[in-house]
Write a new protein. Structure first.
Length: 191
């Protein structure tokens, strides 16, 4: 009976996240962390950071990957299925309903203005997730340098309007991380 309650809690929690968080996976990160780490204590902050890194570098939306991981941690395969369905179902239903009436829906001034306001909120949610992650990361010189260089490169790419593949950025980041890890192992330091 307790497992059924946990599965229902997992499903409803991620359904609520999926229903009330606009802007996709990055906007959901701070909400997922707040609920799963701070309130429900399903995973630790370190696990959440690892989930974000792995979810970002694997195929699929980051929020779904995070939900699947949390569900698996709590209740195995069936838990991951519950959380995945929970986070996907609200968005699927809403997008399906909107697609039925899209042309007439966007002609309503109030709705169009609401979507403009939602865009601002999405940006703030993504910024909040980034700031929260930076505040909670371990403040080692190498980590700070990586964050600073990454932020500088992103700003330069945006300000100079350069076209640079996000896949190439991920491959470069993976190569740098692997190189740092191998150097630390060779030097006898624990990574």
């Amino acid at each position: 009976m307790k497992k059924k309650n946990l599965l229902l809690d997992l499903f409803l929690t991620f359904a609520k996240i999926g229903l009330f968080t606009f802007g996709g996976g990055y906007a959901m990160i701070s909400v997922v962390e707040d609920i799963c780490v701070e309130k429900k204590k399903w995973i630790s902050h370190e696990e959440m950071m690892d989930v974000i890194v792995v979810a970002e570098s694997t195929p699929g939306p980051i929020a779904i990957n995070c939900a699947t991981f949390v569900g698996f941690q709590q209740a195995g395969l069936i838990g991951s299925i519950c959380t995945t369905i929970g986070i996907v179902l609200p968005s699927f239903v809403i997008i399906f309903l909107i697609s039925l009436f899209l042309d007439s829906f966007l002609e309503i001034t109030l709705i169009a203005n609401a979507f403009r306001g939602i865009q601002i909120c999405v940006g703030l949610l993504i910024l909040d997730a980034g700031i929260t992650m930076i505040k909670k990361m371990k403040k080692k010189p190498l980590t700070i340098a990586i964050v600073a260089v990454t932020a500088l490169v992103m700003l330069l790419i945006n300000f100079l309007s350069l076209r640079f593949s996000s896949i190439a950025l991920m491959l470069i980041a993976g190569a740098v991380s692997l190189g740092v890890y191998l150097l630390q192992q060779k030097g006898g330091k624990k990574a």
